[in-house]
Design a protein around this ligand. Structure first.
Ligand code: PHB
Length: 390
């Protein structure tokens, strides 16, 4: 090949490469996954990232002719950072979907951007009831605190627990848990002796637990966000609250599968209500737990992981239903009304509220094969968010 021919050939080749790059860009479907990968909520980020990657490994990274690209950002669970990252993902990366959101303030900070840019925002973790009302582009695959809190408020008085002190993280999900537990327990003839609130960040539970000991209720109801449960359990046991006859109850965030097995036998017998247990006895869940552990150095999936895994499925199915064409509105429409079997059991995305409808289970911490698990012993089927009826 002479020099001229060579130059011409390389010029043509680079054009072809440029052309295929443009073509490739068109065929990429981008999911901006904003998670707390460091800081107090890091376990949530680790669980959801692992679950999203597992879903992709199991279901392929090409859907309806589009190559799925996951762009993971660490917001350190600071809402201003979440918002800035969401903005960059929308404007610079031109993501098709935003997903993740480890805590309520992060989900709420992003909501106006989802609305303005018509980008579906799949909330995989945050669980304050009102989140789905903050933008018509929000779809939730986690749970709501009212869903979980009402179930334990029905269980408690039937099981000898009449006088209860509540202790919650002082922000959205904690206030929801406190209110919905209190209203239902009181309706059921029980009494709230005191309602205590601890700061969301770096809480010191000691002075609060001392107060609870002095008040001597039948039970202490606790909500703390995923990742903080082990600290509460440790101090609860160290202060001998269980020996003083005070039971620990609450939504299952307190006996989080991410930490439960390290809490020690003091956790045995604790009853909670929640939408997911790694011990959920279904074939779909067994397969999920095995694959998750295998891919993640034996890490046990928790309720955050299942929110991430199902969130990916909702996105994949929406992309399939829109035959890879989906703009924001079309994708959103295809997310509404999805119904399928999750590792947690059957779930449904309510088309009206865009919130999740799911079973809530009552569970007791028991030892199985030498490990601590939340073993389900009762179920309330197809629970809608009670917070939406206000
Ligand atoms: C929330 O901030 O909405 C949140 C975080 C962790 C939980 C539950 C709710 O375990």
């Amino acid at each position: 090949m002479n020099k001229r021919h060579f130059l011409r050939a390389t010029a043509l080749a680079s054009l072809a490469i440029a052309g295929s790059t443009v073509f490739a860009q068109d065929n990429i479907f981008k999911i901006g996954l904003i998670l707390p990968m460091t800081g107090q909520q890091a376990t949530t980020g680790r669980q959801i990232e692992a679950a999203a990657k597992l879903y992709m490994a199991q279901n392929g990274d090409t859907v309806a002719g589009k190559k799925i690209q996951l762009i993971i950002k660490d917001d350190t669970s600071i809402p201003d950072v979440t918002k800035r990252m969401a903005q960059e993902l929308i404007v610079n990366d031109k993501v098709n979907v935003l997903a993740g959101f480890g805590i309520t303030p992060s989900a709420l900070a992003t909501a106006p951007l989802a609305t303005q840019s018509k980008t579906p925002q799949v909330v995989m973790a945050a669980a304050t009831s009102s989140i789905t009302e903050a933008s018509p582009y929000i779809v939730r695959t986690s749970f709501t605190l009212p869903q979980a809190a009402v179930a334990i408020a029905d269980w408690a008085p039937k099981n000898g627990i009449k006088k209860v002190v509540t202790l919650v993280s002082d922000y959205g999900p904690g206030l929801d848990a406190e209110k919905f537990f209190k209203d239902r327990l009181t309706f059921n003839g029980g009494t709230i002796v005191d309602s205590l609130r601890v700061p969301m960040r770096n809480p010191d539970f000691a002075p609060f637990l001392q107060k609870v000991r002095d008040l001597k209720p039948d039970a202490l109801f606790v909500f703390v966000p995923s990742g903080a449960g082990a600290a509460v359990m440790k101090q609860f046991l160290e202060r001998g609250m269980d020996k003083a006859g005070i039971k620990l109850i609450g939504p299952g965030d307190i006996t989080d599968d991410d930490q439960l097995n390290d809490m020690g036998d003091g956790a045995l017998g604790v009853v909670t209500s929640h939408h997911y247990s790694a011990a959920h006895p279904s074939a779909v869940n067994k397969k999920f737990v095995e694959a998750f552990k295998k891919a993640n150095n034996n890490l046990r999936p928790n309720f955050m992981a299942v929110g991430g895994y199902d969130g990916m499925r909702v996105i994949y199915e929406a992309l399939k239903a829109t035959k890879g064409q989906g703009g924001g509105d079309a994708l959103l429409a295809a997310m509404k009304g999805q119904i399928f079997e999750s590792p947690r059991g059957p779930i449904f995305i309510d088309a009206q509220t865009r919130d999740i409808v799911q079973n809530i289970y009552l569970r007791k911490v028991e030892k199985k094969d030498g490990q601590l698990y939340n073993v389900e012993f009762d179920v309330i089927k197809d629970v809608k968010d009670p917070g939406k009826a206000r």
